[in-house]
Design a protein around this ligand. Structure first.
Ligand code: DAH
Length: 343
């Protein structure tokens, strides 16, 4: 029997396994239940005891040799070149690895918050699903007042049919929440998403982003508002850009204004972006209405404050010279991948 084992050992060592089929045939011949090695073990049981020690050792070695041969063939087999005999070209460039980039709205939102946090404004956030009080009531929009129509609202129907909840139409709702929960001095900005029931076009969307600003303390004046916004514009668009204020109306501020900047595209000479006026509107602002302070339990005889709110998309469109607002929401990679270098 030892002779037989020796010749099988030689055979195993010399056999070549080049592909999966060879490997399977090898396994069937030597290592399967009906294979050579199993039958040798059967035969081993019939040997007289004095022969068992050396034959058993040889038989174990034979089994190990077969298993090792098969395992080695499998490791090599995992490399395609061993089976298909194709060579891997190590000089080929690696698979392209594309880095993502921030969304332009995130980039601009971050720039805006950085500019304000540098001068002491603290970021605060609030819910996108709001109640009437925080979005309208506390901000001095009386019930049924036409000013509510300034912002087309998505109301959320409640069981009784009376809308209790809505998607916030502006981030001014966050200033109410901050004033309700903090004591002056308050200096905060609130970036966030807002919703309006508007027809989608190149200049309007049913969702967009705003940054709201609020500063309340003793003796805060319109001059502080002007200087703060002037600083913002200089940081965002450069010192050459001019600003101007036009009287306006918001229920929550008195006096109210809208602020324009000199057109950054034509530098005031007149172009389609500024509709040949040389000016582009970027925000609404004003001195916080005493009713709003009182609604939030802040003493309007002692404190005054300013507030402003602006659209992030509007700023991003000017900054990156983008003509169509819809691009921000379509997630077209050809558009988004252009902001890689900005980060
Ligand atoms: N909430 C206004 C809007 O969405 C923007 C705004 C105007 C915010 C004046 C203010 C403000 O804080 O004082 O149109």
């Amino acid at each position: 029997m030892e002779e037989k084992i020796k010749s099988f050992l030689k055979e195993i060592k010399e056999s070549s396994i080049n592909n999966e089929e060879d490997a399977e045939n090898f396994r069937l011949k030597y290592l399967s239940k009906k294979g050579v090695i199993t039958s040798l073990f059967e035969e081993f049981k019939t040997l007289p005891p004095e022969l068992r020690k050396s034959t058993g050792k040889a038989l174990n070695e034979l089994k190990q040799a077969a298993e090792q041969k098969l395992a080695e063939a499998k490791v090599i087999g995992q490399q395609p070149s061993a089976i298909s005999h194709q060579l891997t070209d190590l000089s080929l460039p690696a698979d392209p690895f594309t880095l993502g980039s921030r969304h332009p709205i995130s980039i601009v939102k971050k720039q805006m918050t950085d500019i304000f946090t540098k001068i002491g404004f603290v970021v605060s956030e609030g819910p996108e699903i709001e109640d009437d009080w925080h979005n309208f009531g506390a901000l001095n929009f009386p019930p049924n007042h036409p000013a509510r129509d300034m912002q087309d609202t998505f109301f959320i129907e409640s069981e009784g049919g009376v809308p209790e909840w809505l998607l916030r139409t502006h981030t001014s709702s966050v200033q109410v929440r901050v004033m309700e929960n903090q004591k002056p001095p308050i200096r905060t900005i609130s970036p966030g998403r807002v919703y309006r029931n508007e027809t989608i076009s190149a200049r309007a969307h049913c969702q967009f982003h705003q940054v709201e600003g609020l500063y309340i303390d003793e003796g805060v004046s319109f001059a502080d508002l002007k200087q703060t916004l002037y600083y913002f514009v200089a940081e965002m668009f450069g010192e050459k850009i001019e600003i101007r204020f036009r009287p306006s109306f918001f229920p929550f501020t008195e006096p109210s204004a809208e602020m324009d900047i000199s057109c950054i595209i034509c530098e005031g000479k007149g172009c389609p972006v500024c509709k040949y006026s040389g000016w582009v509107e970027i925000l609404g602002c004003g001195m916080v209405h005493p009713n709003v302070l009182d609604n939030c339990k802040i003493d309007s005889n002692k404190y005054t404050g300013f507030a402003f709110g602006m659209g992030v998309e509007r700023i991003a469109m000017l900054k990156f010279r983008i003509g169509d607002l819809r691009l921000f929401f379509e997630n077209d990679m050809r558009f988004l991948s252009q902001f890689k270098s900005v980060l």
